[in-house]
Design a protein around this ligand. Structure first.
Ligand SMILES: Cc1cc2nc3c(=O)[nH]c(=O)nc-3n(C[C@H](O)[C@H](O)[C@H](O)COP(=O)(O)OP(=O)(O)OC[C@H]3O[C@@H](n4cnc5c(N)ncnc54)[C@H](O)[C@@H]3O)c2cc1C
Length: 415
């Protein structure tokens, strides 16, 4: 049996970044995952370092939109009828937290992390030697309806107050940036300061290699074997058992399976999402991700092809995949990018955004479990917030002054 300072469970972007920053702070670390790093949710996202967020993705509050979603006429959301009763308490809380004032409060709580997200990534991207995956030039939100653009007014006000750079463009102005788009939209907001990456999975793997070069021991193992004894926490891995005084739970959507074993039942749900890559005919592709706001999908140029990603699917985490949202939005994507060609993969990828109803992650000590730190629930912004979360976790674990951990991230908020 070996002994280290900290066991990190989960090698997604959050766990990898935590292990890396712990090693930089001088701690000995074992990083345990049942798969190689960056092969779950952190593989398949849209690769946007979304530091422009001021209002988290909300549950619709007007009856017409709710009815559209209920009758599956809203590609932004799908649900499994059989899971609705189980999800009802979380959905009710999500609806409650989506009221404008609460939604903006969550946005304000996210800002201190969002503001440092890109620089935290930039530091690691450079050290990991994968600057080639880094893309300046922002991403664009496209509005087909004048009315939906008008609804962005409050968001633009909040962005102005927060000093977030963007430019409002008409069709022609946007086509100057992306000449292969069809002119089917009226307005665009180009989030000009936002960075994107060409393969979030490869970024996560590169950070894991960097962590290994700093001494992190990356092992295959089942986090659910974690047990607490007189010596601290012990987890079993393919290379034997390892014990540490502290453990970081960064298992994304699976985190609560483990915390429940330790008596901590946190109200985490999943917003499942799908992607599929498409080839592009000739050189008719995009140079930055675009969000087709009124048709509810994102199209992001990636190393693997143009990645079409969907909105949220509400159901049980482990229910069989039902990628119908991709079918709903594909005609709109083909209309917007006429040179979109054949799919790259035979079947779509499915991921699970780990989500609390207030759209904030849990970062910090596990109430009632001394030595356990929690780092999960980053919902739509986990790729963005992974490295800054890693900095905070390392500071908490090593006793350094944490770089501003808002109380809003405490697990105590759930009572
Ligand atoms: C379609 C889609 C688009 C998205 N777009 C963006 C975006 O543009 N920008 C952004 O910032 N975020 C985006 N996200 C969200 C982002 O991908 C997630 O928030 C983030 O990847 C979560 O990272 P994580 O490290 O917490 O979890 P994960 O990456 O899921 O890592 C958890 C790890 O735990 C491991 N694990 C689970 N159970 C066990 C066990 N028992 N034993 C050992 N290991 C275990 C898993 O194998 C996995 O490696 C998107 C998500 C989706 C689905």
């Amino acid at each position: 049996m070996s002994r280290v300072d900290v066991i990190v469970l989960g090698a997604g972007i959050v766990g990898v970044s935590s292990a890396l920053h712990l090693a930089k702070a001088g701690a000995s670390v074992v990083l345990v995952d049942r798969k190689a790093p960056g092969e779950e949710t952190s593989y398949g996202n849209a690769g946007i370092i979304e530091d422009s967020i001021t209002r988290p993705t909300a549950f619709p509050r007007d009856v017409a939109t709710v009815l559209k979603a209920a009758f599956k006429q809203l590609p932004a959301a799908n649900y499994h009828f059989g899971a609705l009763l189980r999800l009802a308490p979380w959905m009710y809380e999500y609806w409650r937290q989506s009221r404008d004032d609460r939604n903006e409060a969550s946005g304000r709580a996210l800002r201190p992390l969002m503001e440092r997200a890109a620089s935290a990534h930039r530091e690691l991207i450079a050290a990991a030697g994968v600057e080639a995956l880094w893309r300046e030039g922002g991403y664009a939100a496209l509005y087909r309806d004048a009315a939906s653009f008008a609804e962005t007014q409050r968001m633009r006000e909040l962005s102005d107050m927060a000093g977030i750079p963007y430019e409002v463009l008409d069709t022609e102005g946007m086509l100057a940036h992306e000449p292969h788009l069809a002119p089917v939209f009226r307005k665009a907001i180009r989030w000009s300061g936002t960075t994107t990456v060409a393969s979030p999975g490869d970024v996560t793997k590169a950070y894991a290699r960097l962590a290994q070069s700093l001494g992190v021991d990356v092992r295959l193992g089942d986090a659910m074997t974690l047990a607490r004894g007189a010596d601290g926490f012990t987890v079993q891995s393919e290379n034997g058992a390892v014990t540490a005084g502290q453990v970081v739970v960064a298992l994304g959507p699976w985190s609560v399976d483990l915390t429940r074993k330790f008596g901590l039942d946190l109200p985490l749900a999943v917003k499942r999402g799908y992607h599929r890559h498409f080839k592009v005919k000739g050189n008719g592709g995009l140079s930055r991700p675009v969000l087709d706001v009124d048709r509810y999908y994102m199209l992001a140029p990636m190393n693997q092809g143009h990645r079409l990603t969907t909105g949220a699917e509400f159901t049980d985490r482990d229910a069989p995949p039902t990628p119908v949202q991709l079918d709903w939005v594909l005609p709109s994507a083909r209309e917007l990018v006429p040179d979109l060609g054949e799919p790259v993969e035979a079947t779509p990828w499915m991921g699970r955004r780990p989500a609390f109803a207030d759209s904030l992650p849990v970062i910090g000590p596990a109430p009632g479990v001394p030595g356990m730190l929690l780092a999960f629930g980053h919902t739509h912004w986990g790729f963005t917030l992974g490295p800054i979360t890693g900095q905070i976790i390392a500071a908490l674990a090593t006793g350094a002054a944490p770089p501003g951990v808002p109380a809003a991230y405490s697990a105590k908020r759930f009572g």
